[in-house]
Ligand binder design. Structure first.
Ligand code: BGC
Length: 514
């Protein structure tokens, strides 16, 4: 080989070395970026951890806050609102009244047709409910989306829209509008003054109609109904949890509480009036009343809060409120996952140039989060489709898609397990968690059958969420006690239950009531 040949060979070798060095450097930096993504994932997982001891701390904190909220208004972030519902319908005669320490059971002797309006999220529903001897059925139902602008306008505009929808609904049936009792499910915190009146404390779930706060929402709706020429008045103003409790109680008298886990989250339960200290002297013939906990606003230092939860809170209109709800319910879970993925995109480059596509708040909805978590195809093709179609993130490698699934799993698992802790908190307050002496004097190890009604898309339509919640209940309660606790999905409970309560409170007052 001549000199020239040697020079060329040396040049080639040098170029090869340089290329190899660049490739090695690139691979090393890709590995470093991947490690950063994994580190962010690990930190998030640790931050969201809910081992049983922590869940038990949340249970105990819930019980403490329940007591504080019952002791005085403003005594806790848990509002523990009176509902004035002191009688719950049963679907059969009380020929042999059950021996219960606290029973709100009443006979429902006002059969007939009732309407209910269910307002509380992105859609609202109008229902016609037939209440018969021992049966209650929805004979017609219409669901309509609420135009976005109406959630931020005036209360008159929103309620005119609702009244018109109810009028169209009734008129399309038989053309004549008779005097009817109406159940109004209004799923926001309301300070009730009677079973059919109450003023809005504050909006949640993205609603922000300013002139409504502090006003009597039942009266506003009655005025809108009158303006539209309808001879229908609100007989029962109820939270969605209370409607759900009423319907399940109608079918099963062991029902003591109801939980909603949908767009928002909340729970109500049957409390003894003498335990509602803030209303000394409150008397009901049944000795009890349903309390709307507004648990979405529960807060405790034991809740596993991450930097992403703080960022989410900053994005919302109700900052510093509804902390529990923001970790659990449907409006927020997709957004928490998006915040995590966005940070990964910025700090690790695992999503290539797509970081900007993850920058827009609320682009990853909770139904998409659920679809990602539930994709069991070997190549995660559904995850790929969602990333491409909804977030415009193209060509993700399988390992990146797996990482996305893990993030959605962490968000789901924490939410479901915290909801389970909340439920056990109620059971513990009622002495039904098997940990102590119950109200009836029953001792450890002999808990009664307890039914908790549950409604909302998170539990009903997201199997992984349901499994995590059920699993956590067993972890906290132990298998033996958990077997006595039945979570019963109560579809349409909020609307049907409101109609049932309209029936209870429009008839002559029943036995067991005030
Ligand atoms: C509201 C509650 C409601 C829950 C479920 C929360 O945002 O404050 O009143 O029960 O959502 O709809």
């Amino acid at each position: 080989m001549g000199r020239v040949g040697l020079g060329v060979a040396a040049g080639c070798a040098a170029a090869t070395c340089a290329i190899a060095a660049v490739l090695v450097a690139r691979r090393a930096s890709a590995r470093a970026r991947w490690r950063r993504a994994i580190a962010l994932h690990r930190d998030f997982e640790e931050g969201c951890a809910t081992p049983p001891p922590r869940l038990r701390q949340v249970v105990d904190a819930m019980v403490v806050e329940m007591h504080a909220g019952l002791a005085s208004d403003g005594g806790s972030k848990l509002k523990m609102l009176l509902t004035f519902v002191d009688a719950l319908p049963t679907g059969y005669g009380l020929s042999s009244p059950p021996l219960r320490p606290l029973s709100l059971a009443c006979l429902l002797n006002e059969e007939g047709t009732y309407y209910s309006i269910d307002l509380g999220g992105t859609n609202f529903r109008v229902l016609r409910v037939e209440v018969g001897a021992g049966s209650v059925v929805t004979s017609r139902k219409v669901e309509l989306p609420i135009p976005e602008e109406l959630t931020k306008g005036t209360i008159e505009e929103l309620f005119n829209f609702i009244a018109t929808a109810l009028k169209d609904f009734i008129e399309s049936e038989d053309g004549k509008v008779e005097q009817r009792a109406l159940g109004f499910t209004f799923s926001f915190p309301v300070r009730q003054t009677s079973v059919s009146s109450g003023s809005l404390i504050r909006w949640t779930k993205g609603f922000s109609i300013e002139n409504a706060v502090g006003t009597d929402v039942a009266q506003c709706l009655n005025e809108a109904l009158a303006r539209s020429g309808l001879n229908v008045r609100v007989t029962a103003l109820v939270n969605d949890t209370v409607g759900t409790l009423a319907l399940r109680h109608y079918n099963d008298e062991d029902t003591v509480a109801a939980v909603i886990i949908g767009a928002g989250t909340n729970a109500c339960y049957i409390e003894r009036t003498d335990a509602i200290i803030k209303c000394q002297g409150l008397l009901t013939n049944s000795g009890g009343m349903v309390v709307n906990m507004e648990w979405g606003n529960f807060w405790s230092s034991h809740l596993p809060r991450t930097a992403y939860d703080i960022s989410l809170d900053d994005e919302t209109q109700n900052r510093n409120d509804q902390g529990f709800e923001k970790m659990i319910s449907g409006i927020y879970l997709g957004e928490i996952a998006r915040l995590v993925l966005h940070r990964m995109a910025l700090e690790s480059d695992v999503f290539g140039d797509a970081a900007d596509n993850l920058a827009t708040p609320f682009t990853l909805s909770t139904p998409l989060l659920a679809a990602i978590r539930e994709d069991d195809s070997p190549d995660l093709s559904e995850v790929r489709r969602i990333l491409q179609e909804h977030l415009k993130i193209l060509d993700t490698p399988l390992k990146t898609r797996r990482l996305v699934v893990k993030v959605c799993d962490i968000v789901t698992r924490r939410a479901a397990r915290l909801a389970a802790a909340g439920i056990v908190g109620i059971l513990k307050k009622l002495g039904r968690d098997g940990s102590g002496v119950a109200l009836s004097g029953r001792t450890r190890g002999q808990p009664r059958r307890t039914v908790v009604a549950i409604e909302g898309g998170m539990y009903q339509e997201y199997p992984v969420f349901r499994e995590y919640l059920d699993e956590a209940l067993v972890e906290i309660l132990g298998e033996e006690v958990a077997r006595t606790v039945v979570l019963k999905v109560t579809e349409d409970g909020s609307g049907m239950g409101a109609a049932l309560l309209a029936a209870v409170y429009s008839s002559n007052r029943q036995q067991g009531s005030i």
